[in-house]
Ligand binder design. Structure first.
Ligand code: TMP
Ligand code: MG
Ligand code: ZN
Length: 218
């Protein structure tokens, strides 16, 4: 073993993924609390967009109403700089909620923190309302040391739900609706694969292959 590998302690990346109402923020808060019980220095971060459930926006809040103080970070160069500044010195654990709202430089910031010995725990939606991978999440899931995929309960049938259904005036949202719409139970529902409704544009699969699969299924 050379001297470098002896001395350089790398950190760890943990991702908590899943649909809305699956308990991601609760799980993030649980892990951060445990670290605090162990007298570790914890830094909690949230994206500035998410203003649900709080007046002063200085905390992360679960759907169940539990809160935890957090630094609100802008999704720009200053914001990323701020994360690195806050995470300096004795901070050992960094919790990031709603990580899917951050743009791609957050990946580099997280990798830097992990390279420099920090335990980073990031919670975020793995799928958007279209049922497609959400922004930075696929990359973070690939880079993670540890992935937890939580499921909610489908509001329609009660099975495990991995999708988030956006509702607009009581109807499923359209594929071309905007990606970002901050909200909670007033416009989103957890749904299983069977109950999730989304009309996707033209199929990319070869027609012959899908045709034979349909025939097998019927
Ligand atoms: P949650 O994961 O804590 O439940 O919060 C997810 C947030 O993301 C919530 O404000 C709604 C928002 N959101 C979008 O902006 N676009 C989407 O496609 C989905 C599914 C959620
Ligand atoms: Mg949450
Ligand atoms: Zn269902």
């Amino acid at each position: 073993m050379n001297k470098n590998t002896e001395t350089k302690q790398r950190g760890k990346l943990e991702i908590i993924a899943g649909s809305m109402f699956s308990g991601k923020t609760e799980e993030l808060m649980r892990r951060l609390k445990r670290a605090e019980y162990a007298k570790q220095q914890v830094l909690t971060i949230k994206h500035h967009i998410d203003k649900r459930y709080t007046q002063d926006h200085m905390c992360i809040v679960s759907h169940a109403g539990r809160e935890r103080g957090a630094f609100v970070i802008a999704d720009d160069a200053q914001g990323f700089e701020k994360i690195l500044e806050l995470a300096q010195s004795d901070v050992e654990v960094i919790g990031i909620d709603e990580v899917q709202f951050f743009s791609t430089p957050i990946i580099e910031v997280i990798q830097y923190l992990v390279e420099h010995g920090k335990r980073v725990i990031a919670a975020g939606l793995d799928l958007d309302f279209r049922g497609e991978p959400f922004s930075v999440m696929p990359t973070l899931l690939a880079l993670a040391d540890d992935v937890t995929k939580l499921k909610a309960i489908c509001v329609v049938c009660g099975r495990d739900a991995q999708h988030t259904q956006r509702m607009v005036n009581g109807q499923p949202a359209k594929y071309n609706d905007p990606l970002i719409l901050v909200g909670a139970a007033e416009c989103y529902e957890a749904r299983c694969r069977n109950c999730f409704v989304m009309e996707k544009p033209a199929k990319v699969l070869p027609h012959t292959a899908t045709k034979s699969m349909c025939e097998c299924a019927s």
